[in-house]
Design a binder for this molecule. Structure first.
Ligand code: NAD
Ligand code: ZN
Length: 368
């Protein structure tokens, strides 16, 4: 089968022949992937900033249908239509590190999902069922459902983590796929105003298309722009940017977003972060030094006097996936609006580059 592979050379993805996975344990399932996607988290690997020991098969967002099941898989049958979540757990409450893994990041237990087939360990505990037959679906429906594997759950959760209540005003930093879906989640849930901060016009236009107010952080200070609309500040602010945040001069500045969130948020409000800032070593294990230091300056004094709350971290999309699947199935949510390209797998290297250059918003890989 063909799959996208990272060989340890930054800015260089290749498509290679890989062995088709087979059932190893009775709890495994093999999924024939119909749609996979590129994610901002894949770009950290692309930049040489995250992951295990190369080479490995990339990708952690995919869906398809069950092609084969191990003898003890009882909740799924061959032919069932499923989303594969980005994280795999044993299904037990205790999270043993060696039994909890992330697809496509060079971890030992799990391969990547930018390939034709995937081995899914502990299938009963991990696969997310879709209430449709894969024979009756199409690319548009898959663009909606696939977001449940990672980014819709991440976006919905960061809005939860900010303490969001219907009627709140919200500032969303970053209008990549995660930020756009965070803005969308807040709008779906009755936000009174959502400000969407980025510098990429295409992304700001996409934010405006769902009813968010676009804020270009290069034209002037985004905090001042939001306060001009909302003089007392917003009730909630969320970071969907992470360690690759740049300032108006386009220099990397990792503590920028946390400072802007605290500055723009009203007394008693809440801030939250899903943009990743955890890298300490590059994919070869070498320390990254000051460029990507995980420790940033935190505006403790303003945070304290404003009585804000703050939550950040990785999201396990499985927890809210059933609810998001229901929202999509009932027609209440159509998160696939973030799509900008549908490609065949051989085009993946070119589209990694385009996505990295912000020439694409969300790239979906379709398999025949
Ligand atoms: P992306 O790279 O496509 O989007 C990031 C956006 O931030 C870009 O549009 C960029 O222009 C913008 N940006 C840069 N500096 C900015 C600034 N100063 N102010 C406002 N916007 C700025 O990535 P994505 O796919 O949308 O993912 C966003 C982040 O979320 C990444 O760090 C990704 O790894 C992370 N993520 C986290 C989780 C989790 O579980 N916590 C899950 C998925 C993704
Ligand atoms: Zn992702």
């Amino acid at each position: 089968m063909r799959g996208v592979v990272y060989n340890g050379i930054p800015f260089n993805m290749t498509v290679q022949d890989l062995p088709v996975p087979t059932i190893v344990h009775a709890t495994d399932a093999i999924v024939k992937i119909t749609t996979s996607a590129l994610c901002g988290s894949d770009l950290h690997v692309y930049h040489g900033v995250n992951g295990g020991t190369p080479p490995w098969n990339m990708g952690h967002e995919a869906m398809g249908y069950v092609a084969e099941i191990g003898s003890s898989v009882s909740w799924f049958n061959v032919g069932d239509y499923v989303v594969i979540p980005d994280t795999i757990s044993t299904g037990h409450l205790e999270m043993e590190p060696e039994a909890y893994s992330f697809f496509g990041n060079g971890a030992e237990l799990t391969q990547g999902l930018q390939s034709e087939y995937a081995l899914v360990p502990f299938a009963d505990a991990n696969l997310i069922p879709i209430p449709l037959s894969h024979n009756t679906t199409n690319a548009t429906i898959e663009q909606d459902y696939l977001t449940v594997s990672d980014i819709f759950g991440t976006a919905w959760s960061v809005i939860d983590w900010s303490g969001f209540q219907p009627g709140d005003t919200v500032a969303v930093f970053g209008a990549g796929p995660v930020g756009l879906l965070a803005a969308y989640s807040a709008i779906l849930r009755g936000a009174s105003a959502v400000y969407s901060v980025d510098r990429i016009q295409d992304r700001l236009d996409r934010a405006a298309s769902i009813g968010a107010i676009p804020i270009n952080f290069v034209s002037s200070d985004p905090v001042e722009q939001i306060l001009a609309h909302q003089p007392a500040g917003v009730m909630r602010a969320v970071d969907c940017v992470g360690m690759e945040a740049v300032n108006a001069q386009l220099e990397t500045q990792q503590d920028l977003i946390i400072n802007e969130m605290v500055a723009v948020t009203h007394l008693g409000g809440g801030i939250a972060q899903v943009g990743v800032t955890s890298a300490q070593t590059n994919s070869a294990g070498a320390p990254l030094g000051d460029t990507f230091s995980p420790n940033v300056t935190f505006p403790m004094s303003d945070f304290f006097s404003k009585r804000l709350s703050f939550q950040s971290g990785p999201v396990d999309p499985k927890e809210i996936a059933p609810m998001l699947v229901d929202l999509i199935a009932s027609g209440k949510a159509a998160p696939g609006f973030i799509s900008s390209a549908q490609i065949g797998i051989e085009e993946a290297p070119e589209y990694y580059q385009r996505f990295d250059q912000h020439e694409e918003i969300k790239v979906y890989i379709r398999f025949p």
